[in-house]
Design a protein around this ligand. Structure first.
Ligand code: AMP
Ligand code: AMP
Length: 337
């Protein structure tokens, strides 16, 4: 594959870099990882990584942009890009980038994200604009909080009023706490074939909320345990088949709405993070516009990606397949920013 030989696929060394680069290599690309000194040994263990570019810290990334452009790199963003580079730095990058940066402003602002989901008729948990409206258990989320930190749970208005006194962040949202199980659906939308695939599904494993049920409530009484949502890992999930129809339609509507709201809309991997209630209704608590860490469970494919492909296709590999197709059909401009 001549085209694949010319372009290198690269990402930052963290989050889902191993999956992305393994997938790229399986599709015949040269691969490159940008790593901080503490992670060079980790990435040198794997022979599907052709080159390691070392930088002192992730914030030094802009200094190597020229080198990356010279290397003919296509950069694949993941969860660490915004976390470590910051939104503005991320938007300014000039290295060819897989995905649409126009989605970043919509995704990073919780209220805009909600507007997007509402336009897509994707059900979201109710939001209470002020304390007096609270008539259900709530989760209070500070703006910019991630990975389940910076949240608190209140079972009613009274508890909210007492807990908010000790909550430091000034900007937060009050959301109904949806009681159900979580399911994080990993989608891939191809701007080349205009098709949406569900590649895999995971659920997050969060401490301590995912273990509170191990201690009966009568034993918990008096301990003063507060639920927390700090993610420590992910486990695989397959959905009851009848729920899949809803999952596909929600994903399709998310894409359609994005095309109306932002120039070019959303493409590539994304994730709807949902809670499913006993009535089998999905409530989407968050939208992630890139590869999520839960896809790392499926480096050798998943029960869903096997329905489309006769090879082991992870989200990382699916990205490389899209790039390869775009190179072959001279349509890289449709998928890179
Ligand atoms: P790390 O790979 O630990 O450097 O994480 C990079 C970023 O991805 C951090 O912002 C984490 O909060 C996020 N992250 C890492 N692993 C997960 C996961 N399993 N689920 C959700 N977010 C994650
Ligand atoms: P987030 O950072 O918004 O993805 O939320 C982190 C975790 O908090 C999720 O994985 C859920 O376990 C939990 N969570 C967030 N919002 C809600 C909600 N409205 N109802 C129930 N659980 C929630």
């Amino acid at each position: 594959m001549a085209a694949g030989k010319a372009y290198k696929i690269a990402t930052l060394g963290s989050h889902s870099a191993l999956q992305i680069l393994k997938g790229a290599k399986d599709e015949g690309f040269k691969t490159l990882v940008i790593a901080t000194p503490d992670r060079v040994t980790l990435y040198s263990r794997f022979n599907f990584i052709d080159k390691i570019l070392e930088i002192p810290t992730f914030t030094d990334f802009p200094k190597i942009e020229k080198d990356l452009i010279r290397e003919k790199v296509i950069l694949i963003p993941h969860g660490s890009f915004v976390a470590y580079l910051g939104l503005e730095e991320h938007k300014k990058m000039k290295v060819p980038y897989f995905g649409n940066k126009a989605v970043l402003d919509w995704e990073s602002d919780r209220l805009k994200q909600r507007e997007w989901l509402e336009k897509a008729h994707v059900p979201v948990p109710r939001r209470f604009k002020n304390a007096n409206e609270i008539d259900a258990p709530v989760l209070v989320k500070a703006y910019g909080a991630a990975g389940g930190r910076g949240y608190f749970f209140a079972k009613n208005k009274k508890e909210f009023k007492s807990k908010i006194k000790n909550f430091k962040p000034k900007n937060y949202i009050i959301q109904e706490y949806v009681i159900g199980v979580s399911a994080y659906v990993h989608y891939f939308y191809s701007p080349l074939s205009k098709k949406l695939e569900i590649l895999s599904i995971d659920r997050r494993y969060e401490t301590n909320v995912d273990s509170l049920g191990r201690i009966p409530s009568h034993n918990q009484r008096g301990l003063g345990i507060e639920p927390s949502f700090v993610v420590v890992g992910n486990s695989p999930l397959v959905l009851r088949e009848s729920l899949l129809a809803d999952a596909f339609e929600m994903g399709e509507r998310t894409i359609e709405a994005s095309q109306k709201l932002m120039d070019g809309g959303l493409w590539g991997p994304f994730c709807l993070e949902a809670i499913i209630t006993p009535k089998q209704e999905f409530f989407v608590i968050e939208l992630s516009c890139r590869i999520v860490a839960g896809t790392n469970l499926f480096i050798n494919g998943s029960p869903y990606s096997a329905l489309y492909y006769d090879k082991e296709v992870s989200t990382g590999r699916r990205i490389a397949m899209e790039i390869k197709k775009a190179i072959k059909t001279r349509s890289l401009n449709k998928i890179l920013y």
